[in-house]
Design a protein around this ligand. Sequence first.
Ligand code: NAP
Length: 332
Amino acid sequence: MASTIRPRLFITQQMPSQFIHALERVFELDYQDTPTPLSPEQILFRIRAHPPDAILFTSKIKIDKELLSVVGDKLKMLATFSVGYDHIDVKECQKRGIPIGYTPGVLTDATADLAMALLLATARRITQAVRANGEWGTSCDVMWMCGKPLTNATVGIVGLGLIGLAIARRLQPFSIQRALYSGTREKYFDSNADKTFFKYVPFTELLGESDFVIIACELNEHTKNMFNKNAFEQMKNDAILINIARGGIIDQDALYDALTNGFIGAAGLDVTVPEPLPKEHRLLTLENCTIFPHIGSADVSARHQMAQICVDNLFNFFSGKPMVHQLKLGDA
Ligand code: NAP
């Protein structure tokens, strides 16, 4: 490091100790070393008291205009422990010239694995089935606890990015018939098998044709609430909706109505608004809605790689080198 004064780094949540030890050799740490999440007020208090040169944070922390103006010119860079960046006011960072490091790629497999777990759990009513232990001998209906098959299904993927494609690859051995996808542009595939298997379609066609709809796109001004009453009315009545992207892509009131009025069959959500959902939230009362506590990237290897990229982004930036992964602000 060029300067003898160590830059101050605010770390808003607990991380494995080896990463903290690496960071404390270079930075003056303000480390939130307890499992309790900081409230927005506590964060503002901390940065007001000790303005940091950099902040290392997760997607649970909102980096908005107010926070950026409180921390002021001292802030040199942001390191988010995520691939999504909808929790950051990217335009305000751009205006202030604050670069953002993020962690794309290394959580793709973990999140795609979790999407499969959620999809199968929702389609085969796993939560209900686990709860039915001890009762199942009481039904003599051969159709008891029947779910929806993947074989020969049409699967629609909204956002065929890294995670969307990794989910599609995992679905192929389940003998699905085809994968429709929507997004901002058609993808190029090398193999003829892929050219037949994947079809780029308008969003409305994807809704009408798919037995399973998987949301894997980023949350932005175009995708916010794109799953609204109108969208649910266009879906098949037994369609299953899976969301591993961001809760804000679904209008949750419209989802509740769609699930209770039979516009769609079931939903599996890894992400909601807010997170966590309050215990009394009405979506949690529905048997045809499976909700996971935002654990998409929660495998040990993915989280360690994300932490390492954050550390490298911070080290590189404060040594005057390019970050490993820097968000292209102009594209946001
Ligand atoms: P990515 O490779 O950048 O893919 C983003 C996708 O969003 C692209 O396919 C893009 O489509 C699509 N998109 C952008 N605008 C769209 C629009 N208007 N309509 C439809 N699709 C649109 O990112 P990724 O690594 O796959 O991650 C995707 C998202 O998953 C992240 O943004 C994050 O929010 C979420 N995520 C969640 C978890 C979790 O724990 N549950 C973990 C990791 C990531 P085009 O390619 O056609 O432009």
